[in-house]
Write a protein that binds this ligand. Structure first.
Ligand code: AMP
Ligand code: MG
Length: 421
């Protein structure tokens, strides 16, 4: 749907309030308005990490592509194994990569290594730890199940089966899987172009001496670092002063050159906060104030064909709004199968928290391990300009808008900063 059509007829969404948009509603609207890139390219698998697949990958082979032993041990025909007193002469050895070459009809037992090919008509492997060897004879006193310790052809993936679906963001394990199928190149969505600039007369660049009344441009490095991890193409337009004409021209230029524009600062209600006014003049604003903490002022809209996020200037607010709204939007535009809602884990909180109802809150916390269990502790410094506590934290503790008293040792929702893959 187009933003201007939606703004004319909001019948499809009750309680639409651009001034205080709830977190959940904002995500719903983003999913509705953002468009997915159509441009695709072929990349060697070692360059495709972080890209989104533009096609289903069907396996060209069976995995494994031959029946093989899951253990170092001995291979038999099940029908010749008795419940007790088994004694078999070892008639040879099969190593991985060296299938048996001789005819095997007179053979009843072979030593076999993990990954060794199971000879035709053989069907059961017993690990070496479960047998005794006496002068070239294998002895054991039990009957295993037929097919024991054998990895069957195609048991992991069958030929032509979909191994990875379109829309998956390729991680190390996906790339390993592609390699295991013998696939060298994949069709992925091209990265989108993201234009970024920070705003503010008080913001100075690294390398210059800072004077009283000024701040270093941390947002530009923060946002750039977030985007770098996402393998998107960033166009860095630097820092602009709070000058309406400059800002307007830069937004127009970025909208011609990029699919998405991100700015920080100037979206609030201060004297020199011009971004919303400019966006209303040259584009469309869908919402600009969020019922979240930190990060209340955040604008979303469109300039020409480019989507636009105006993030708050306070660095922690910029980080929170980026992670909660912009990151899933970028992933969606880059071809993610769905608009991702990050999964929460639940942990006990190690402090009592009293808070005001009304806004969803992302509190900086530390997950700590004590013995066998984990709990979370909120950091003391929670100011929206305090990057130190954001840098110390390893998770957000997420409180819903309607929560007020959170008792010590109750379970709370956690968004850990780091995944493991
Ligand atoms: P604003 O959203 O423009 O009203 O800015 C809010 C606060 O964030 C002010 O204290 C600014 O100095 C600070 N701020 C704005 N932009 C940046 C930036 N690029 N880096 C660090 N702090 C910033
Ligand atoms: Mg400002």
């Amino acid at each position: 749907m187009k933003i201007n059509e939606f703004l004319k007829d909001k019948g499809c969404l009750s309680e639409y309030d651009p001034n205080t948009m709830s977190y959940e509603k904002a995500l719903m609207l983003l999913e509705q308005f953002l468009t997915v890139t159509k441009k695709t390219t072929h990349l060697p698998i070692e360059e495709a990490q972080g890209c989104f697949l533009a096609e289903d990958i069907r396996s060209p082979v069976n995995v494994p592509n031959y029946n093989n032993s899951a253990m170092d041990g001995y291979v038999f025909r099940h029908k010749f194994i008795k419940p007790k007193n088994n004694k078999f002469k070892i008639d040879g050895k099969i190593l991985a990569g060296h299938p048996l070459k001789t005819k095997n009809s007179s053979i009843s037992c072979l030593q076999i290594m993990t990954g060794g090919m199971i000879p035709r008509t053989f069907d059961t492997v017993i690990p070496q730890e479960l047998v005794q060897i006496n002068h070239g004879i294998v002895e054991f006193d039990f009957k295993p199940k037929v097919g024991a310790n054998i990895r069957k052809i195609g048991e992991d993936i069958k030929k032509n089966q979909v191994a990875i679906k379109q829309g998956v963001c390729l991680n190390a394990c996906n790339i390993g899987l592609l390699a295991s199928l013998g696939i060298t190149k994949v069709k992925v969505f091209q990265c989108i172009r993201i234009g970024f600039f920070s705003t503010g007369d008080e913001v100075v660049q690294l390398g210059s001496k800072i004077k009283a009344g000024q701040v270093y441009d941390s947002n530009r490095f923060l946002i750039k670092a977030f985007i770098k991890k996402m393998y998107a193409c960033l166009v860095d337009y630097g820092n602009l002063s709070d000058d309406k004409i400059l800002l307007e021209n830069q937004l127009k230029k970025a909208s011609r050159e990029c699919d998405l524009i991100i700015t920080t600062g100037g979206v609030s209600v201060g004297e020199a906060d011009y971004m919303k006014e400019i966006l209303t003049k040259i584009g469309q604003v869908l919402f600009w104030k969020m019922a979240i903490k930190p990060g209340r002022p955040m604008a979303f809209g469109k300039v020409n064909k480019a989507f636009y996020f105006g993030l708050p200037g306070n660095p922690v607010s910029a980080a929170v709004t980026f992670l909660q709204f912009v990151k899933p939007s970028i992933r969606f535009m880059m071809g993610s199968a769905k608009f991702e809602k990050l999964p929460y884990v639940q942990l006990k909180i190690n402090a009592e928290v009293q808070r005001k109802k009304g806004r969803k809150e992302f509190v900086r916390g530390i997950i700590q391990r004590q013995g066998k269990s984990c709990s979370v502790i909120p950091l003391l410094q929670q100011g929206s300009g305090m990057l130190k506590s954001m840098s110390d934290a390893n998770c957000f503790i997420v409180f819903d808008a309607d929560q007020d008293l959170i008792r010590k040792n109750s379970y709370v929702n956690i968004l850990p900063f780091d995944g493991i893959i």
